[in-house]
Design a protein around this ligand. Structure first.
Ligand code: ZN
Length: 180
């Protein structure tokens, strides 16, 4: 009950927060909370611009994002557009909030030089009400021509867990990214 496990899903409705770091030619931006009209990415652009010559990669970690609304997705698309000079972009831990939007808005992750590395897939146990997030690499979700979301076992009662999101959203987004 209420125990914090490191893989707990992001808290619902937390305010937008951005963490940035630049190290060894890589700029990492971690997004947290709600991506909405309060999501301002000016500091991302400033950081990338200031380090443009030494940057080999820009990485966005979306694992802490609880929800994305239409204003937030506009800010995100604008950011990608303004990052046209940036080196290759890698996206990790795509959360279900982003998946939902990526399913409705076609170009959330489509941009030359952008790769979605992994998804943070939320699971829920109906038996004991535990939840956990499993990070799955994009390539592991594609099995030949099939797209499959792996099964998850509850860490507490070992029952099979349910996907705590709309499965079809994930599948269609992954198919889109796979170009299929
Ligand atoms: Zn359980």
């Amino acid at each position: 009950m209420g125990a914090m496990i490191p893989s707990a899903p992001p808290p619902k409705n937390g305010k937008f927060k951005l963490e940035s770091s630049v190290k060894d030619g890589e700029a990492v931006f971690k997004l947290h909370g709600m991506v909405d009209e309060d999501a301002h990415f000016a500091s991302v652009l400033a950081t990338v611009k200031a380090n443009l010559e030494s940057l080999k990669r820009v990485r966005f970690d979306l694992g802490g994002v609880s929800h994305v609304n239409s204003s937030g997705i506009r800010e995100w698309l604008l950011l990608l557009e303004r990052l046209y000079l940036a080196p290759p972009i890698e996206i990790v831990n795509v959360s279900s909030g982003f998946v939902e939007q990526a399913n409705m808005v076609s170009n959330v992750f489509s941009r030359p030089g952008l790769t979605v590395i992994s998804f943070a897939v939320p699971f829920y146990c109906e038996k004991c009400e535990s939840s956990k997030t499993v990070v799955v690499e994009s390539k592991a979700l594609k099995q030949g021509k099939q797209v499959v979301i792996p099964d998850a076992k509850c860490p507490k009662c070992f029952a099979a867990m349910e996907l705590d999101s709309v499965e079809e959203d994930y599948l269609s987004v992954i198919r889109k990214l796979a170009g299929g």
